[in-house]
Design a protein around this ligand. Structure first.
Ligand code: WTA
Length: 652
């Protein structure tokens, strides 16, 4: 959907302000508004010098000759000519700076098994697995799919790829076999790394069985490495499948980190866009790592003794940047948890915080809303006094949830960093600097130094304070995506065609009188369901794949827990009755085609779908119907006046 046919209004009116506490501020990396302003002004007046200075936080094998090459815009090159290695930065350099025996990863599995890997141990495991990959013929530039549960081996596999210059494509373990196959084929992956299964609320998710089905349709994949996580039965195909423990058995523990060009492709991560085909967002080495490391340091104010926990899954960008690359580049201790927040009981997160004395905690509004629903008794039953900072990501956080997080989890003393960013941006873009930025519940506050985010109208002019507009980024930044893998044209069309030379985020936002940004949500056909991105088209194509479905239109509707719920309008082929059984069947069908995260919340049958004269489905009307709102839209373009009434009759 183009930017022009949107009409955004914000209903938020929030006036509370929480300035940083003096003691927190004085010890923070960015300790004052004056320092934040100085950084912003510097980045604005001399971006090359600003980023060059920040890049000193990484270890480079070879220096750059140019900070930014934007001559082939919108394809950026950052730190041109420089060489480095991400795994070296995340591991090797910590072995000589006093962190060798510091816990790098503290892991807890869903059944309660635990493991701690020091930097030295993680380095050894990564090196050994990197050699195992080399032994399978994986080299620089080859693509490797990683489809794993939340176990340390997922991070080990990512870092092993980075070490040898293979490009990883992590696919979230909740995706279906078909989704895995699509991603294998788009990336032409040579190897896939998986596990027999992973635990989810006491059950085993059959990852290897999904991979077997996916590999029927993934001709590029030659080898499959299987971690034994659950001791569940799997079929191993001779010549193709190899156990992780066998692969590393004979592998040498010495694997020097490959010097890679700053623009070497580090990873592809598929995310949903406005069409049915997921986009392979490509991130490269130097700029991405700088973005992840710098924002992790500034926004979470990471200190040597912090125990940092991000509850995301490594299958999403948040897991890439803020479980693995950012924290490890900073030599931090990162907690990794395999299970669900309410298994075996609703206090699992609080138990983990108490047990490991977590000091910095990063989660999503959808989780916070679930905690609120489950009741204060769960967190109140645990000692959460180790916490000193809280983060939020994935969707706008409603002020009530923010206040609950602040009071019940943060004990009123922890700053909250509401972080706005995207798979495409690689790293946090808009967020408080917790020692410098007064926070307001519901606002991600201000763009970080070096990030020129603005709210503009459809012509690209800044909108007046408090008016809705489109969130854009005017200048390139190091961790920006470089392209859509294999599809430069789609990259340009999606992000750079609404406003020439300016990055279009597809989010609506407003700026208040203090210049604070309030992100309202997507203005395209992307749904945000429990903080997960899904395209309406993906769900629609899954539905029309079903033999009884003629046509479908999918829209989001507001949901107290998930943020957005998936509402599907379906017309059936002749001769099929609109029954409740069929509704259940269609829900299961979508879950099977895409993954459980895409299971529709509502299915509504209708004889026709409302369309404009030119044949476009009237999504706004459907959204209003889904939300139970009276439509305010002028309905004279409805091809069938009766449709609206019929749809309303079918209210669930
Ligand atoms: C939304 C997740 C408001 C937004 C890191 C964006 C947010 C999309 C916030 C990207 C936030 C993420 N406030 N909205 N703090 N964080 N979003 O690619 O709509 O999975 O465009 O990246 O999530 O989702 P993605």
């Amino acid at each position: 959907m183009s930017a022009s046919n949107q009409n955004i209004t914000s209903v938020l009116k929030e006036t509370r302000v929480f300035p940083p506490a003096a003691a927190f501020a004085s010890a923070a990396h960015v300790p004052s508004p004056a320092e934040a302003d100085r950084l912003r002004a510097w980045a604005e007046s001399d971006p090359d010098a600003f980023w060059a200075e920040q890049a000193k936080m990484l270890d480079w094998f070879k220096p750059w000759t140019q900070v930014l090459d934007w001559s082939n815009a919108p394809h950026a090159k950052w730190f041109v000519g420089a060489q480095l290695n991400v795994a070296h930065n995340c591991l090797d350099r910590h072995l000589t700076n006093g962190r060798a025996d510091k816990p790098a990863i503290i892991w807890e599995g869903e059944p309660g098994d635990t493991r701690t890997l020091t930097y030295k141990q993680l380095h050894a495991e990564v090196s050994r697995f990197a050699n195992a990959l080399k032994g399978m013929g994986v080299g620089k530039g080859d693509r490797v799919t990683i489809y794993m549960p939340m176990v340390p081996e997922a991070a080990i596999a990512m870092l092993a790829c980075a070490r040898i210059g293979a490009t990883h494509s992590v696919v979230f373990g909740g995706f279906s076999a078909d989704a895995v196959a699509d991603r294998n084929n788009d990336a032409k992956s040579k190897v896939i790394i998986t596990a027999d299964g992973g635990y989810r609320r006491g059950k085993v998710v059959p990852l290897k069985a999904n991979v077997d089905a996916a590999l029927e349709k993934s001709p590029s994949v030659e080898k499959c490495v299987v971690l034994n996580r659950c001791n569940s039965p799997v079929t191993m195909k001779p010549g193709r499948d190899i156990w992780w423990h066998d692969a590393v058995l004979s592998a040498d523990a010495d694997c020097p980190a490959e010097p890679l060009d700053s623009e070497h492709p580090l990873f592809i991560l598929y995310t949903s866009g406005s069409t049915g085909k997921p986009k392979g967002v490509l991130h490269t080495t130097g700029g991405y790592l700088l973005g992840a490391a710098l924002t992790h340091k500034w926004v979470f104010d990471i200190k040597e003794n912090d125990v940092y926990w991000c509850t995301a899954d490594v299958g999403w960008v948040t897991g890439h940047s803020y479980i693995v690359y950012g924290p490890l580049a900073n030599g931090a201790t990162t907690v990794m948890f395999e299970g669900a927040p309410n298994h075996p009981k609703e206090d699992r997160f609080w138990e983990i915080i108490e047990k490991y004395k977590v000091s910095v905690f990063y989660t999503a509004p959808t989780a916070i809303r679930a905690f609120i629903k489950w009741g204060d008794q769960w967190p109140k039953g645990h000692d959460l006094s180790s916490l000193r900072l809280l983060g939020s990501v994935g969707e706008p956080i409603n002020p009530e949830a923010w206040m609950w997080y602040h009071e019940v989890i943060g004990g009123g003393r922890c700053p909250i960093v509401d972080t706005w960013w995207q798979t495409e941006t690689g790293a946090i873009m808009i967020a408080p600097l917790p020692g410098a930025t007064p926070t307001k519940p519901g606002s991600a506050t201000k763009p970080l130094p070096g990030i020129s985010a603005e709210v503009v109208d459809k012509q690209g002019n800044p909108v007046p304070a408090n008016a809705g507009g489109f969130l854009v980024v005017k200048q390139p930044w190091p961790s920006m995506m470089r392209t859509i893998y294999g599809d430069d044209e789609r990259y340009k069309a999606t992000y750079w065609s609404n406003y020439p030379g300016i990055y279009f985020t597809a989010d609506g936002a407003r700026r208040d009188d203090d210049g604070y940004i309030w992100v309202m949500g997507r203005v395209d056909d992307v749904l945000n369901v429990s903080g997960h991105r899904l395209s309406t088209m993906e769900v629609e194509s899954a539905l029309v794949n079903h033999p009884k479905v003629a046509e479908s239109a999918v829209v989001g509707r507001p949901d107290d827990l998930k943020g957005e719920a998936i509402c599907c309008f379906v017309t059936l082929k002749q001769g099929h009755a609109p029954t409740d059984e069929l509704k259940a069947e269609l829900k299961a069908h979508v879950a099977k085609e895409i993954g459980a995260l895409a299971r529709p919340d509502d299915i509504r049958f209708s004889e026709t779908l409302p369309k404009t004269r030119s044949g476009k489905i009237m999504r706004r009307l459907l959204r209003d119907i889904a939300a139970g709102k009276q439509s305010t839209q002028d309905t004279t373009t409805l091809e069938d006046y009766g449709v609206l009434a019929k749809l309303r009759e079918d209210e669930e």
